[in-house]
Design a protein around this ligand. Sequence first.
Ligand code: ADP
Length: 485
Amino acid sequence: MSIAKTVETFKLYIDGEWNDPATGEYFDVVSPATGEVLFKAANGNRQDVKKAIEASCSAFQHWSKKSGKERSTILFRLYQLMLENTEELAKTISSEMGKPIKQARGEVANSAEYVLWNAEEGKRVYGQTIQGFEANKRLQMTKQPVGPVAAITPWNFPLAMITRKLSPALAAGCTVILKPAEQTPGTAVKFFELAEEAGIPKGVINLVTGQPAEIGDALLSDKRIRKITFTGSTKVGKLLLEKAAHQVKRVSMELGGHAPFIVFEDADLDKAVSSVMKSKYFNCGQTCISPNRLYVQESIKETFLDKLKAAVEGLTVGNGLNEEVGLGPVVSKAGLDKVKSHVKDAQEKGARLVCGGEEYQVRDCEEGFFYTPTILSDVNEKMRISYEETFGPVAPIFTFKNEDEVVNKANDTDYGLAAYMFTKDLARSVRVSESLEYGMVGINDTVLSQVQGPFGGIKESGMGREGGPNGLDDFLETKFISTVI
Ligand code: ADP
């Protein structure tokens, strides 16, 4: 006789209560490594969103009036709780979306840093006084929270994307309704449990999981929601921008990217290779700042390829929950199909497979979406991989002759999120970084997601910045007050 495994069921969190969704339905959350059903999550709809909006409007009345210090104290407690619960959060992240557990622990640490940073920044919201032209005038500029905010987040960093949005919003005095990705509602639930324990008052944060289009529409068509903050694809971002335009809602959009990674002949090649390993194959290539085009100067191409191939072949592919795994599965069948189609298209158009290039069977994980870490050389601009995001562990290598040529090629995209360059030439690093049309540039560095720096893109990669010295600004309005005395 087999005993059925009990699967945890996650409800909605609205106005400080965990409730069943109006539909009464739950959907399966499936492991991309094993295919097993991990949890069941509430299938929320428009009615649930309506309740969440009411709760967030009512909570805004008191949360926005608390002092920055009071809000900061609660957020600091949340930061501590996140660190104390690192293991549970990391396991949930890794199970739901497949990343190696060590990377998941890193994500928890990074996510908590955002909470801490914004807790601190919330105490330091400054206004200005301005001299008037008349002696009897007093002019002031003050900052106020924008109001109730809708946050829509993706699955690739299921915790970090939540804290990058919720912590500045809360520190600034806004209330929030979160719709996380349908692949990773469990991480959101675990975070909300900690937020509740930290003492975030009821209604200040609300969680509605479920159907993206219906929930998104209900949030965007309601005038009481004053801002939308979104991370996800450019396609969905454009749709949300259109909807937000009807009510001129404030927007922050962190969208897709197609990052160039330029290796000049004077670069430290070992450093460049280890950085490719930490960025291209990190999170199985499923990050918006993942290098998508590796431009290697012609004279060093063969040496670079040899070194990279040796490093790539050292990666262990498998279930992310195993400590020794360096590359987990792709998140879904659709994701895996896209990776396969990019490689096939490139090979058909003349690319050379240096290594990898196939689906991979992992023992005890027959249902998993695994793909071998891959390098393609002789890639050109006609191949889909050169202009579409792959979101998989495939490094396409292009070559170039000189600086002007590579800068032009690097900028020849609708995206403008992150770009990287490896060189020891100081003057070149200044010239090239100033010419690259990107929101972020790494010089001999690929770690751009640091709380101290503004994260965000230009062109079709979005607008607004998360983190950095002005990270709260996206959630604050400027009010001008002119007084005659
Ligand atoms: P990805 O392709 O990486 O999954 P998406 O842009 O599709 O990126 O998803 C990012 C987030 O946007 C997820 O939370 C998803 O549920 C949500 N989303 C997708 N479609 C819509 C939509 N039509 N309206 C609102 N949210 C959406």
